[in-house]
Design a protein. Structure first.
Length: 282
């Protein structure tokens, strides 16, 4: 079977598994609380669509060994340091630019956390500063490793399978096409208000741009090691720290700023991609 048909099969399986699960919460529209729990379970399962597609396509469509996915390979060590530390650095940069542009206000009183703790049993006795400190330490240490359990399902597909299959068409074409497909894959979740609340349609296009930028960085990490574990660690670190700056900000429109997925978040991503290009790392 040709490489193009293999890629088509991968995309069909990835979308065919994930999209119905992304849409499942819509069948529980009567109760917001029930819909929220269904979304948590269904969307967690949906994340395995790309990874499952990579395994099925490699073994049963292409007829190749699963060793082709390089799960047993780690590669050089230095890219793992980039994978761990770059996402929190981008989150901090996003927060600083959001504040500098007036798209959010600094909140040293941690009002949102105080309100949340006030509703929890015994929460009023816990200083919000302690909660913030624990969240920061956990986000920078254990959370990226824990999140790898969930990030591998995506990265095994997008970078472990799709990117290498597209590379014969040219590196930049492979990077951009895999990033665009990754962005469109999120569409059913974004249309339900995920990441860009209040702007579901615009959010789909914003997610594609975000995935093009972030996918370039994840692809660079993969190409440094030829292992899906580096983008997996970066993905896990991103999920742990993307909203880190929101601990210190208030009155922020998440479409505009505050998190790495926002329009302001693109600034740091684009700057790093530009640095990679100027230094011929891609």
């Amino acid at each position: 079977m040709s490489e193009r048909k293999t890629i088509v099969w991968f995309v069909l399986i990835a979308f065919g598994v994930s999209w119905p699960l992304f849409l499942l919460p819509l069948a529980f529209g009567a109760s917001a609380q029930v819909r929220q729990w269904v979304a948590l379970a269904a969307w967690s399962a949906a994340m395995w669509g790309p990874g499952l597609a990579a395994i099925v396509t490699t073994r049963f469509v292409a007829g190749q060994s699963l060793g082709m996915l390089n799960l047993g390979r780690l590669g050089p060590r230095r890219p793992y340091l980039w994978a761990w530390l770059l996402p929190p650095a981008l989150a901090i940069v996003t927060g600083l630019i959001t504040w500098a542009l007036g798209a959010g206000q600094l909140d040293w009183t941690f009002a949102a956390i105080r309100e949340a703790m006030a509703q929890a049993p015994g929460g009023q006795r816990v200083p919000p500063e302690i909660v913030v400190a624990i969240q920061i330490v956990f986000s920078l240490t254990l959370a990226p490793l824990f999140n790898c359990l969930f990030a591998l399902d995506e990265e095994l597909g997008w970078r472990g399978f799709l990117l290498p299959r597209l590379l014969p068409s040219g590196q930049w074409r492979a990077i951009l096409l895999s990033g665009a497909i990754w962005g469109v894959w999120h569409a059913p979740a974004i249309l339900q208000g995920h990441n860009y609340p209040g702007q579901p349609v615009l959010g789909v296009f914003m997610m594609v741009i975000f995935c093009l930028l972030l996918g370039t960085i994840f692809s660079w990490l993969y190409l440094q090691t030829r292992s899906p574990w580096t983008p997996t660690l970066a993905h896990g670190s991103l999920n742990a720290t993307a909203g880190l700056s929101m601990l210190f900000l208030k009155d922020v429109d998440l479409v505009i700023g505050g998190t790495v997925t926002s329009a302001i978040g693109w600034i740091g991503l684009a700057a790093f991609v530009g640095w990679l290009v100027l230094n011929r790392r891609l």
